[in-house]
Design a binder for this molecule. Structure first.
Ligand SMILES: [Zn+2]
Ligand SMILES: [Zn+2]
Length: 264
């Protein structure tokens, strides 16, 4: 009788905890796959997941984002995984959209680039979006000979979209994503997110657009927390490129030739 009672209690109290644990584990695996730390096929391979490959990819993630490298689903890890971020993988395991600029980045073979905003946000005024996108692109022109021009037949297609939007990469929590030059450099913002220009609640469109232009030009994510190419939104953005971003973009396109203001 006691044993039966104990079993019932055990079942009653343990099941929800196990369920919670496995949901947490599943979400962690999905995150690691989504952002390139774990191969997609390992999701169905339980022996891989129970072994070192899960812990190693967790360690790689922790190391990339600069939190204690424990290989465990601890508080700092879970907190980081719930922070708003860009949808482009940090590593190219999942997708080959972005090549790290330190290895074999593909770049535009022209200095004068055009863009078009072919789908506007439902939340902001068109002219404000136009100005913000122009300001974001200008930050990359400031340190290189690249120039950007809005044009009806622009090469870089910019859209505000929601959920599934035709590129096989539905939004599920990310703020935005972008394609590398070899894939056309398109930039998509998730319009189900609350966007702001200037002060107030919401995500900063200027900051996010500057980041996504970086991908559009061939840059990957940076480990430097203060940089524009950090995958998350730092609270203390100085509304300019960080020396790490300047170094990255100049490795791809060279320094600006018309001024002496471009050393990182
Ligand atoms: Zn990004
Ligand atoms: Zn998209």
């Amino acid at each position: 009788m006691d044993v039966l009672y104990f079993s019932i209690i055990l079942t009653f109290f343990c099941l929800p905890i196990d369920g919670e644990k496995s949901t947490k584990f599943k979400k962690t695996v999905e995150y690691l796959v989504q952002y390139g730390y774990l191969e997609k096929n390992s999701m169905s391979n339980s022996s891989l997941l129970s072994g070192t490959s899960f812990r190693n990819s967790l360690r790689e993630f922790q190391s990339f984002v600069g939190i204690p490298v424990t290989g465990k689903m601890d508080k700092p890890t879970m907190k980081m995984m719930s922070a708003p971020r860009c949808g482009v993988p940090d590593k190219s395991g999942k997708s080959n959209r972005v090549k790290r600029y330190t290895t074999d980045a593909v770049i535009w073979n022209m200095k004068h680039l055009t863009y078009k905003i072919s789908k506007y946000s439902k939340q902001l005024k068109r002219n404000e979006i136009d100005t913000t996108i122009q300001k974001a692109s200008n930050l990359w022109s400031k340190y290189t000979d690249l120039t950007f021009e809005p044009s009806k037949r622009g090469k870089i297609d910019i859209r505000f979209e929601e959920r599934q939007h035709g590129d096989g990469d539905a939004f599920h929590g990310e703020l935005a994503h972008a394609f590398s030059p070899q894939d056309g450099g398109a930039i998509h913002f998730d319009d189900s997110k609350r966007w702001k220009i200037g002060f107030g609640p919401g995500y900063d469109l200027y900051q996010t657009a500057t980041h996504e232009f970086g991908h559009s030009l061939g840059l990957g994510h940076s480990k430097v927390k203060e940089s524009v190419m950090w995958p998350y939104l730092p609270n203390t953005w100085k509304r300019d490129l960080h020396p790490d971003d300047i170094k990255g973009i100049q490795e791809l396109y060279g320094k600006k030739t018309s001024c002496k203001c471009n050393s990182p």
